[in-house]
Design a protein around this ligand. Structure first.
Ligand SMILES: O=P(O)(O)O[C@H]1O[C@H](CO)[C@@H](O)[C@H]1O
Ligand SMILES: Nc1nc2[nH]cnc2c(=O)[nH]1
Length: 321
């Protein structure tokens, strides 16, 4: 039972738009961010997708920059353009098509975001990760989040895949969170723990799959950090991130993972290393990151990424069949 002021509807009955609006404003200061997407609005979007597709997908996939082909391998796809989905934002970044694809992959029901939302596009974090809550209400139990990232760990090469086993939330350090504002307990608790955010079984299975694919030397396990972007990092920032134990850096994923763990989804995430980050002033000038290179590397490695994702989904599906 909810014992906070933020929810007058502890049992989470659909159709009652009171969860967020009943906030006692003398106790907390609701931010516009927290009021954007009340439970019922998320529920309406989820209904639109499940009714329109005739499916309740079990696995959600977020395609990183240039990795949209992860959604192209979905069978019997029902495609929803973002602009046709009620209350959905639009994708503004090259390499993010702006479509939701629902169908089957290796026998499992899946929904994939071909295009994610980033903080630097001007969307608040709660809006960036709102589709994760839509996935949850569609029935999704597993989130697969992928991204393109710069490799800070000197052992990483361009084209390698880093399985995320942890993150450093730089936007969180700065006081920003997708969970900011009144908490709706129908999604999850006020203070979610994040220690075991990245599912260890899925990481281990992915390592085995990497071996079976013959790419074990290109697979690493490491720590990702999300910065606000859209600029790439300075050398001093990259040095600082490395000292903090960060292996790869990007501008996404962390807020999606926080939102997914808040609503108790199992998370698997990986970074495709699309560029090596310069961490010394003596590093070559051509170590500067650029989005064309990011997209080109992602395109080159999409086959391996698709195979990794397909095989892992197959294992999940077989285990639950
Ligand atoms: O994280 P994804 O969406 O894969 O994209 C990464 O690549 C873009 C920069 O080239 C940024 O959007 C960064 O976050
Ligand atoms: N922040 C950041 N995002 C990226 N996305 C792809 N490469 C990079 C990078 O080097 N830095």
């Amino acid at each position: 039972m909810c014992n906070t002021d933020c929810c007058s509807n502890p049992k989470g009955k659909a159709g009652t738009k009171t969860a967020i609006n009943s906030t006692n404003s003398s106790d907390i200061i609701p931010t516009p961010e927290s009021l954007l997407y009340p439970y019922e609005v998320i529920e309406e979007i989820a209904d639109f997708i499940t009714k329109g597709s005739g499916m309740r997908p079990k696995i959600g996939i977020i395609c990183g920059s240039g990795l949209g082909s992860l959604a192209d391998i979905i069978q019997d796809p029902k495609i929803f353009e973002y602009e046709k989905i009620p209350n959905f934002p639009v994708s503004t970044v090259e390499g993010h098509a702006g479509r939701l694809v629902v169908g089957t992959l290796e026998g499992a029901t899946v929904m994939a975001m071909q295009g994610r939302f980033h903080f630097y596009e001007g969307y608040p974090l709660a809006k960036c990760s709102m589709p994760v809550r839509v996935m949850k209400l569609c029935g999704v139990e597993y989130l697969f989040a992928t991204n393109a990232a710069g490799g800070i760990n000197p052992r990483f090469a361009v084209g390698d895949i880093m399985l995320m086993h942890d993150h450093v939330n730089m936007l969180g350090f700065a006081g920003n969170s997708p969970l900011q504002g009144p908490n709706d307990p129908r999604f999850g608790p006020r203070f979610p723990a994040l220690v075991n955010s990245y599912n260890k079984d899925l990481i281990n299975k992915a390592i085995e799959i990497g071996k079976a694919m013959g790419i074990e030397s290109n697979i690493h396990v490491g720590v990702y950090s999300c910065l606000g972007g859209p600029n790439y990092e300075t050398i001093a920032e990259l040095k600082a991130l490395r000292m903090m134990g960060v292996d790869a850096v990007g501008m996404s994923t962390v807020h999606e993972v926080i939102t997914a763990r808040h609503c108790d989804m199992k998370v698997f995430a990986f970074s495709l290393i699309t560029n090596k980050c310069a961490t010394e002033y003596s590093d070559k000038k051509d170590d500067e990151a650029n989005h064309d290179e990011v997209m080109a590397v992602a395109k080159n490695r999409q086959k391996a990424c698709c195979e990794l994702v397909s095989r892992l989904i197959r294992e999940i599906h077989m285990a639950s069949a």
